[in-house]
Design a protein around this ligand. Structure first.
Ligand code: BES
Ligand code: MN
Ligand code: ZN
Length: 495
């Protein structure tokens, strides 16, 4: 369950909450609510600033307990950094810092006044939504396959009050936050599940459940035989080494009458061992996250449906496991894709593009006005952009601008890489129409170039989320990206 959000304009000193969150700038300047609490408590905040315990530095948080004259049990001071530089990024940071501090407290509700902080070019609704989403992201806990350590379950944040007047704009902002939070949680949970649970059949079952729970959503799951009839030789080539049968999931939302749909396509490799071109053992466990593209488009679809967006959506997810075995496809195999193009397999670990190319061909039967595919496609994208930006590739300037803007607005940022024809030659093959790898240079781009061969000049963009879909490490977790970016993009199309 996502957090429950409420609005209130009560004075911060009079709010009976386990914790009130207020801001403090570097240099000691207080936000209006911090000033109000300072006055009502006889200078408690001024004293903690004077002592040097609270500095207002970005990232610093201080908890004050049981202040006289204050109804709330705790006051959380959040450092906002340089007042001259409180931009979108700084605000996101402060919202996340506050959320992390709240997560550590044994409380079930809190009240944040951070939306009163001035952020250049952003209004109240945006600030409320940003705080709500940052707090929900920190409140999520993975519990599907283990019990949290310790005897009694600690209390968990369930309700977040926000300082702001109840009105159409603020209410819309919180409705959007709830929907995006549901989508993000859905994507994170699916991403975090182990591949022995989250196999292609499980992803299909999740899609069916989503459809069953929401009026206006239809679902279809194509089985191996259906895909054989359609000639999806590339997808089936990847799937043939696994005991888990592939599924091609198709979800539709019709909120937009007769308009052509927006299409979302997500890579759903439920585990990527590399196949016969086996990956090294170290870090292979991270390849359970190789279905995060699928999780991301399903999460965005869920959010769009919860918001009942007035547009038509089609979501296509090829769900496949990439495994070595006696029946696996092999390097030098030639696959015939649904489009008719033949593909020389030079590396069975470049499997994502093989399942996506058939999904891209298939989705065109819906005559979409735009196709956006999302995939944990290449390690090369992580080398190029690191863990902060998703790689965006498209030949359409408007679409690029729209997606980049949506990423900025949600702090779920993307950065564009070129798809110039100059790179296409790297995919030449002596035995097929193209090869599935493009050599050692520009691996993220040649993967994008491979996909572009299956788009027939349609309006299309590719998001490589290999670096952004999860946080790595022993306790790494799926991030739910790029659900916020995708939902913002769709919201902007409705505005
Ligand atoms: N799922 C991987 C890409 C990946 C690797 C994502 C590491 C996140 C972290 C993809 O299927 C893959 O294996 N790509 C290969 C392509 C290569 C064989 C051309 C890669 O990136 O090494
Ligand atoms: Mn691979
Ligand atoms: Zn992969």
């Amino acid at each position: 369950m996502t957090l429950h959000f409420t609005l209130s304009t009560d004075s911060p000193d009079s709010i009976a909450s386990p914790c009130v969150v207020v801001g403090l700038h570097q240099g000691g300047a207080l936000t209006p609510s911090a000033r109000r609490i300072d006055e009502a408590s006889g200078g408690a905040i001024a004293r903690v600033v004077a002592s040097g315990d609270a500095t207002g530095k970005a990232g610093a948080t201080t908890v004050l307990f049981g202040l006289p004259g204050i109804k709330a049990e705790r006051v959380l001071l959040v450092g906002l950094g340089d007042p001259a530089k409180c931009d979108v990024a700084a605000f996101h940071r402060a919202a996340a810092d506050a959320a992390r501090a709240l997560r550590a407290m044994p409380i079930t509700s809190a009240h944040s006044t951070l939306a009163e902080v001035e952020v250049e070019g952003r209004e109240l609704a945006w600030k409320l939504r940003t705080i709500a989403l940052a707090t929900d992201a920190q409140a999520y806990r993975y519990t599907a396959t283990f019990k949290p350590k310790g005897e009694a379950e600690p209390p968990q944040l369930a309700t977040l009050g926000l300082a702001g007047a109840d009105g159409p704009a603020t209410r819309t902002a919180l409705a959007q936050a709830s929907a995006i939070a549901s989508g993000v949680r859905f994507a994170r949970e699916l991403g975090n599940l182990p591949p022995n649970i989250c196999n292609p059949a499980h992803v299909a079952a999740q899609a069916r459940e989503l459809a069953a729970r929401h009026a206006g959503v239809s679902v279809e799951v194509l089985e191996r035989e259906d895909m054989t009839k359609l000639g999806m030789g590339a997808l089936l080539g990847v799937a043939q080494g696994s005991a888990n049968a592939p599924k091609l999931i198709v979800l539709q939302w019709r909120g937009g009458g007769e308009a052509r749909p927006h299409a979302l396509v997500g890579k759903g490799i439920t585990f990527d061992s590399g196949g016969i071109s086996l990956k090294p053992g170290a870090g292979m466990e991270e390849m359970k996250f190789d279905m995060c593209g699928a999780a991301g488009v399903l999460g965005a679809f869920l959010a769009a449906v919860e918001l009942k967006l007035p547009l038509n959506l089609v979501c296509v997810v090829p769900a496949v496991e990439n495994m070595p075995g006696g029946n696996s496809y092999r390097p030098s195999d030639i696959l015939t894709s649904m489009s008719g193009l033949t593909i020389e397999v030079l590396n069975t670990d470049a499997e994502g593009r093989l399942i996506l190319c058939d999904a891209l061909t298939y989705v065109q039967k819906f005559d979409p006005q735009v196709i956006i595919d999302v995939a944990t496609l290449t390690g090369a994208c992580v080398v190029a952009l690191g863990k902060h930006a998703s790689g965006l590739m498209t030949r359409d300037e408007d679409l690029a601008a729209q997606l980049l803007d949506a990423g900025q607005a949600t702090h779920d940022r993307a950065w564009r890489l070129p798809l110039w024809d100059d790179y296409q030659g790297q995919l030449d093959s002596g035995f097929a129409d193209l090869a599935n790898i493009g050599g050692k240079y520009a691996g993220a781009i040649t993967a994008g170039c491979f996909l572009s061969r299956f788009t027939n000049g349609r309006r299309w963009a590719h998001l490589d989320i290999a670096g952004t879909a999860w946080i790595d490490g022993r306790k790494g977790s799926a991030t739910g990206r790029p659900v916020p970016l995708l939902v913002q993009y769709l919201l902007d199309r409705c505005a």
